[in-house]
Design a protein around this ligand. Sequence first.
Ligand SMILES: CC(C)(COP(=O)(O)OP(=O)(O)OC[C@H]1O[C@@H](n2cnc3c(N)ncnc32)[C@H](O)[C@@H]1OP(=O)(O)O)[C@@H](O)C(=O)NCCC(=O)NCCS
Length: 245
Amino acid sequence: MKSQAEVTMGLATHSGSGSRRSGSRTAKDTVLCTLAHAYAVTDCTLTLDDDANLGNRLFGSSDDNFKVRVGALSSFTASQQRELFEVLQQNMAPFYGAHSWKTKMARQKKKESKQTDARFAAVFDTQHANDEKLAAFMQFRFVEEEGEPVVYIYELQVQANYQTQGLGKKLVALAEQQGNRANQALTSAPPLTKVMLTVHKSNERARAFYRRLGFDVDDISPAKSDAEGDDAGYYDYEILSKPFS
Ligand SMILES: CC(C)(COP(=O)(O)OP(=O)(O)OC[C@H]1O[C@@H](n2cnc3c(N)ncnc32)[C@H](O)[C@@H]1OP(=O)(O)O)[C@@H](O)C(=O)NCCC(=O)NCCS
């Protein structure tokens, strides 16, 4: 999702915040500490196969047929990675147009998904007839936005047959809870402040879903940050966020 903004504006990842990064080197270092800490907490706790794993608690209760795996793309099998990109293509190609998807977006999404700071939470249906089947996934990262450490949801995709069963909501909850969990163990570095994401303006369904979950238009979204300019209407995406309580 985040890449929509980058494509539309021709920006590289996070270059939006780079030019406005001010303050001392120390302040920036503390934000980097927070991000490193959040990755350490996530990589340790979400990959555990026990009750400390929030994913197990969210998806693995006895009446659930789902289980979640979290890690970098390389931690998933080749066939699971294929499933991930199939769901992504089925859900998102209509928003980019078939031609743009084939010539540009598919390649860009694959490249983005291999970046070292990308983490995937993938939900599998363990009751599927043949084998485990991918039902939904989220790609998330801990990043700096406008000088603040945040959790950024890059992708949230629920396979069509599994939509409206609460999986999207649980994946967003996983991102929120992981951010809160990282914050709890932080002492001197600044806390992660919010969960952010980018959504196509034309994706009414997803926008309604995020509103339902308590997300609002973020101050850096063009509609707000460029409110006085003439360009806000030019952008085909908006940036939403939800602060940590
Ligand atoms: C948008 C999407 C992620 C939602 O996931 P989902 O699993 O279908 O949604 P959930 O079942 O978790 O819904 C959670 C809540 O949102 C509500 N909701 C879901 N879709 C909604 C909609 N279109 N309008 C209003 N509310 C909606 C549900 O009623 C539910 O409310 P409740 O908690 O009170 O019961 C999913 O439909 C999807 O993957 N769509 C295609 C890809 C996409 O657009 N991704 C987002 C890109 S930014």
